[in-house]
Design a protein around this ligand. Structure first.
Ligand SMILES: NC(=O)c1ccc[n+]([C@@H]2O[C@H](COP(=O)([O-])OP(=O)(O)OC[C@H]3O[C@@H](n4cnc5c(N)ncnc54)[C@H](O)[C@@H]3O)[C@@H](O)[C@H]2O)c1
Ligand SMILES: CC(C)[C@H](C(=O)O)[C@@H](O)C(=O)O
Ligand SMILES: [Mg+2]
Length: 358
């Protein structure tokens, strides 16, 4: 069976990290006989430069026609002045919404070899394995009305709308409950129900859903407390489910528990298992072109792609194991480096993972 993967390297460090992830994909493709065909496309600033917009029709068509998308990152100072309507992020948000990728899984797992790179004391993070389930196609990111308007007194006002329908909450809730069932059986729903009506409804729907999942222990937490608890005692969490913006913020926060944002992969899924896979970090303009970015989050995103969209769990496991091996061997990119370790470039880290795979 042939399976098509669209690769969208994007901007900044995107092409550097995706190059390593693609090498890994090619090797497991051969080794496990997966029949994956890779196609290249443009998104973000790279697409603006060629097509004048961050999500050209051709890219969207490619994305719709493939089984899974592997994305690097988009955006950067070069395109920051571009009119809001065509900002690079629109490319990414457009892809997510057009493909209906509402369920964003962001696992934060501490590799034991990186305990000393974590922002927290080793005893607080030893064995950390939590999953943030972030709603990805609704909430304040997409709510209408939105914009910047001029008031009668001549002052300008920016406004956005935080909105969730019951059905949007229900489908992400189900995904989170099911994830919790397969893991430790604990789900913490994060909201701001003491202030925002949209999240009062969110909480109600989560409580209704809980009746269908008696084997999952549901709790609720306000987002400000959740941010504090994540850095105080992160191991209290198994699965967290939350809206688009809170999930964005909490997942960057969770990244540092594992040592670096360069370690966190993600899967963005529709109802049918089609997905887009990307590291949770951005295009890192401050280190782009230097060959020092950590490619492991992107490589681990390939593993998630194999597991969730390409039905190749064995190949996924091989990649995850290989990452463990290179860390055992002491290979570290700058963001996770510590004394006595073997500091390597982006490409050398890719080499090490390939060596561990073979
Ligand atoms: N999914 C995406 O495409 C995505 C995600 C986040 C931000 N962005 C965009 O990226 C641009 C830069 O945003 P930002 O600086 O706020 O966030 P960022 O995630 O790009 O960078 C934040 C910090 O983390 C570091 N970092 C990120 N990835 C790394 C890696 N793999 N290895 C080592 N260090 C890494 C960077 O060097 C920087 O210091 C913006 O245009 C933003 O909109 C895109
Ligand atoms: C670039 C931006 C639109 C994006 C988001 O906020 O979703 C990013 O921060 C992420 O975490 O994927
Ligand atoms: Mg983010």
């Amino acid at each position: 069976m042939s399976r098509k993967v669209l690769v969208l390297p994007g901007d900044g460090i995107g092409p550097e990290i995706v190059a390593q992830a693609e090498r890994v994909l090619n090797v497991v493709n051969e080794k496990f006989g997966l029949g994956v065909e890779v196609e290249q496309g443009l998104v973000g600033g790279a697409a603006i430069d060629v097509h004048g917009k961050p999500l050209p029709e051709v890219t969207l068509e490619q994305a719709k026609a493939c089984d899974a998308v592997l994305l690097g990152a988009v955006g950067g100072p070069k395109w920051d002045g571009v009119d809001m309507a065509i900002r690079p992020e629109k490319g990414l948000l457009g892809l997510r919404s057009n493909l209906n990728l509402f369920g964003n899984l962001r696992p934060a797992i501490l590799y034991p070899q990186l305990a000393d790179a974590s922002s927290l004391k080793p005893e607080l993070v030893a064995g950390l394995d939590l999953l943030i389930v972030r709603e990805l196609t609704g909430g304040i990111y997409f709510g209408q009305p939105r914009g910047i308007r001029t008031l009668e007194n001549g002052e300008r006002e920016g406004y956005n709308t935080y909105v969730y329908s019951e059905s949007e909450v229900r489908r992400i809730g189900r995904q989170a409950f099911e994830a919790a069932q397969k893991r430790g059986g604990k789900l913490c729903s994060v909201d701001k129900a003491n202030v925002l009506e949209a999240t009062v409804l969110w909480r109600e729907v989560m409580n209704e859903l809980a009746k269908d999942y008696p084997d999952v222990e549901l709790s609720h937490m306000y987002v400000d407390n959740a941010a504090m608890q994540l850095v105080r005692a992160p191991k209290q969490f198994d699965v967290m489910v939350t809206g688009n913006m809170f999930g964005d913020i909490l997942s960057d926060c969770a990244a540092m528990l594992t040592g670096s944002i360069g370690m966190l992969p993600s899967a963005s899924l529709d109802e049918n298992g089609k997905g887009m896979y990307e590291p949770i970090h951005g295009s890192a303009p401050d280190i782009a072109g230097k060959g020092i970015a950590n490619p492991l989050a992107t490589i681990l995103s390939v593993a998630m792609m194999l597991r969730y969209s390409l039905n190749a769990a064995e190949a996924a496991q091989a990649i995850e194991d290989a990452v463990g091996v290179v860390l055992d061997q002491g290979y570290r990119t700058a963001d996770i480096n510590s004394e006595g370790m073997n500091l390597v470039s982006t490409e050398q880290m890719g080499d090490a993972v390939l060596a561990a795979l073979s």
